[in-house]
Write a protein that binds this ligand. Structure first.
Ligand code: GTP
Length: 598
């Protein structure tokens, strides 16, 4: 395809503003799918994505559109993930495009996530076409949103396209805007091949599928290619695009987006952002912006039933085939037995993996307290240490200095929720950097220790703002902190899954909260159970669970035998989902519940 007939664009939107619905409409109108095939949303193709309504993996679709000027254009629509955890993938998708549709819900207006993505898009020199969606809603106020786009983002929204993706209004106007307003790609067709690796995933039939954007030269079937960052060479055995069904091609020309396969078995061999070049006539310089993504949140995953360890190993291995961004290594713990220490891009990523293991692989898991990576400098020239697991914390007198990662967070919310949000940030050791009001909404910027955000900050924020606050963050480096390891002891035995690294100033409150919650979560036993939080040998909080004679059948007065049996079965079932600590049984739910801060 000649360059001037190509348009590459992505869609940026806040979650739920209608990105997938609009994408599906564009596919439908340009004839990619029949109405029946449209009954399912096609771009979000994983079950969990569908249920949670979020997009995890970037996907791309090629559309053919005959425009009002009589010419037929090739439009490549790049779908991007919609969550902060996947910011790097988003940045590579954006780098593959020349423009973006900015979809804003006509009833909700601009939100923080939208802002972060728009700024990224602007950084990539994109032409941005504002699309005000959901104009069919009674609460829609297109003019207000138009003004907000101009005021908050600083984009000219006078020619924003008004749509209802749901009812199919304004779709052709969107297509015309793509053709007339977004510039065609540039690039030298005769130069050595340079293609950006935008995304990759494992397909059971095709092996690893790699999504690419050709920046220079041509990528052909049968070509020997080289990955510049990883250094490996491969033979291209398929070239094609998604319409959204697979269409095989013989080559991808400069400016085009499509996929290749090259008999690669694991996505771990393909690094997002890498430059693919011709092995025989390589480019001298790689494309800018490559970065190796590193997990930032770590936790242990252990099977509730020790006999399921092998099954867990196998399942994690399978998931990893398709997701090179999470890491795992075997870990053993005195109390939890064998499991894995896993690293994730963020909490949502952790939750997704955990949920898939539970749901798709039918595993009962114990998740230990999520932790960030701490940097420790040891005394007496003992060197540096990266701490991924609170269990490996060195003796305090061997630590010269410990530092923790900080983030800068931007929270955007309606005015009336500001008070409790400021308090939440303050409680989490936040440092307020900026506070502005735009169009009746507050935008507040905080620096926060990542450690204070990883567990339930996002959930708390959503609940205190009744879902109206949005949140976006990026890391800003390490800072020294007065950090200590807090252990939880149940019946005088440390429960390693619950030990965590905390700031000394908040340790007592955290410890007290944890003991109080555990007191409610652990069932009574025949004996008294002390629950303690301790730093080193010093107990900082304590609760006691009173003893009780546990006889669930007592209430049945010996009458109804079947009811009695049912109760006993139920009790047995409950037992299976408990962990024994010394002689205390802790229900599985208690682990996660106890970690939620009050
Ligand atoms: P993520 O994939 O989570 O980023 O969300 P999204 O932006 O892709 O939103 P999606 O397309 O899944 O739409 C979210 C919800 O809004 C769905 O329930 C859609 O049916 C609904 N929706 C999308 N467009 C419209 C519209 O034009 N009008 C109305 N009333 N609802 C819409």
């Amino acid at each position: 395809t000649p360059l001037d007939k190509i348009r590459n664009f992505s869609i940026i939107a806040h979650i739920d503003h209608g990105k997938s619905t609009l994408a599906d409409r564009l596919i439908q109108v340009t004839g990619g799918l029949t109405a029946r095939e449209m009954s399912e949303q096609v771009l979000d193709n994983m079950d969990i994505e569908k249920e949670r309504g979020i997009t995890i993996k970037a996907q791309t679709v090629r559309l053919s559109y005959k425009a009002h000027d009589g010419e037929t254009y090739t439009l490549n629509l790049m779908d991007t993930p919609g969550h902060v955890d996947f910011a790097y993938e988003v940045s590579r998708s954006l780098a593959a495009c020349e423009g973006a549709l900015l979809v804003v819900d006509a009833a909700q207006g601009v939100e923080a996530q939208t802002l972060a993505n728009v700024y990224q898009s602007i950084e990539h020199d994109h032409e941005i076409v504002p699309v005000i969606n959901k104009i069919d809603l009674p609460a829609a106020d297109a003019e207000k949103v138009r003004a907000e786009i101009e005021e908050v983002i600083g984009l000219d929204a006078s020619n924003a396209v008004l749509t209802s993706a749901k009812s199919g209004i304004g779709i052709e106007e969107v297509l015309e805007a793509i053709v007339t307003r977004i510039p065609p790609p540039k690039g030298d067709a005769d130069a050595p091949l340079k293609a950006m690796l935008v995304d990759s995933w494992y397909d059971p039939y095709l092996g690893v599928v790699i999504l690419v954007r050709v920046m220079a030269g041509t990528l052909k079937k049968g070509q020997q290619i080289k990955f510049m960052a990883t250094g490996t060479t491969h033979l291209v055995d398929r070239v094609g695009c998604f319409r959204p069904k697979i269409e095989q091609l013989t080559e991808l020309g400069v400016g085009e987006i499509g996929f290749i396969t090259a008999q690669i078995k694991e996505v771990a061999q393909t690094a997002v952002g890498d430059t693919i070049t011709d092995a025989k006539r390589p480019a001298t310089e790689a494309l800018p912006g490559f970065k190796l993504v590193q997990p930032v949140v770590f936790c242990g995953l252990f099977p509730v039933d020790a006999a399921e360890f092998e099954k867990l190993r196998e399942s994690i291995g399978k998931l990893r085939l398709n997701d090179a961004s999470f890491t795992f290594e075997m870990e053993s713990s005195a109390a939890l037995g064998f499991g894995f220490r896993c690293g994730f891009l963020g909490l949502l990523h952790l939750e997704i993996i955990q949920e898939r293991l539970t749901r798709e692989y039918d595993l009962d898991l114990i998740t230990t307290a999520p932790s960030v990576v701490y940097e420790i400098e040891l005394t007496h020239g003992g060197g540096h240490l990266e701490l991924h697991n609170p269990a490996d914390m060195p003796d305090p007198n061997k630590i010269a200095l410990i530092s923790e990662p900080w983030i800068e967070a931007v929270i955007y919310c309606p005015d009336e929720y500001l008070g409790p949000i400021l308090k939440l940030c303050q409680d989490r050791r936040g440092i307020q950097k900026n506070l502005t009001y735009v169009a009746g909404r507050a935008q507040v910027t905080y620096e926060l220790p990542l450690n204070e955000v990883v567990f339930d900050f996002y959930d708390r924020l959503k609940s205190i703002s009744r879902g109206y606050a949005s949140f976006d963050y990026h890391q800003i480096g390490y800072r020294e902190g007065d950090l200590v390891k807090m252990s939880i002891l149940v019946n005088a035995e440390p429960v390693d899954a619950l030990s965590m690294i905390v700031h000394r100033g908040t340790a007592e409150a955290r410890g007290r909260g944890m003991c109080e919650r555990l007191k409610d979560l652990i069932p009574r036993h025949l004996f008294k159970i002390p629950i303690q939080a301790a730093i080193g040998g010093k107990v900082i909080a304590r609760e006691t669970i009173a003893a009780m004679r546990k006889d669930v059948t007592a209430k049945c007065y010996g009458g109804d035998i079947s009811r009695k049996k049912k109760l006993l079965d139920k009790q047995k079932e409950g037992k299976k989902r408990m962990r024994e600590y010394g002689s205390v049984s802790i229900p599985q739910e208690a682990f996660i519940a106890a970690l939620r801060m009050g």
